[in-house]
Design a protein around this ligand. Sequence first.
Ligand SMILES: C[S@@+](CC[C@H](N)C(=O)[O-])C[C@H]1O[C@@H](n2cnc3c(N)ncnc32)[C@H](O)[C@@H]1O
Length: 251
Amino acid sequence: MTTATSVTTTSLQDRLDTYWSGRAVEYHAHQVSGARAAIDRELWTSVFTTSLEGCGVDKAGALDILDVGTGSGYLASLLTDAGHHVTGVDHSPGMVAAAHAAHPDLRVLIGDAHAPGIPASSLDAVVNRYVLWTLPDPVAAARAWRTLLRPGGTVVAVDATWFPHGVDPAMKVPSADGEDAFVRTYDPATLGALPLGTAASMEDFAEVFRVAGFTDVTVQSLPQVAELDRRFGVAPGHESRPHFVVTARCP
Ligand SMILES: C[S@@+](CC[C@H](N)C(=O)[O-])C[C@H]1O[C@@H](n2cnc3c(N)ncnc32)[C@H](O)[C@@H]1O
């Protein structure tokens, strides 16, 4: 893990929010179109429901879940369909608008992963996918999530080691702000200010939860994603990267 640079957290988060707002419409469209979409949804439903087994020990059925950095509501939607009570938060207004448009019945709020604005001890689980890598302070965020969980509650976080060698300056990602918006946003200064932005090991992600005081921290690779990447290809501008799921228990 690298440490934060002189980029202030506020201006850094502003840059990130602007990028994700510009990316939101295409991001959502990609997730729900093409031959891979239905298979992906089955995969992520399986990964998250399996990882949530045993969570909420006093409950037989529905869990109270927060999807942090929900984007256009992907996980929030599939976990709602699995029978849970889910709230999504995201800091990008464009992403929250995309979530509302795609899933009008979902509860999706503007909120910061580092301080989601949810009552303490009110959740059985905090979930997220592809968010840890882009957080300015993942340990502070994980500490905040601990306070939201009831004892025995669980974090389930999926991510990948996206940029261990930095962002390729030729990378082109569809966005309302132009195909170079990703490269302009995640420039070396920004990437250097994101502690997991250039992480090379899934253990770096697991370590965040140990440092934040969670117990029973596990990390497991998800080779199924690489297999789907081979069969269907990846999102425009992206490379197939090693995926994993981290689980952590609130003491
Ligand atoms: C790669 S997208 C993942 C979206 C969604 N989790 C998914 O799996 O489709 C990253 C998301 O994290 C959000 N994000 C970045 N920083 C955040 C923060 N500090 N608080 C809340 N959300 C944040 C972005 O706005 C974006 O929607």
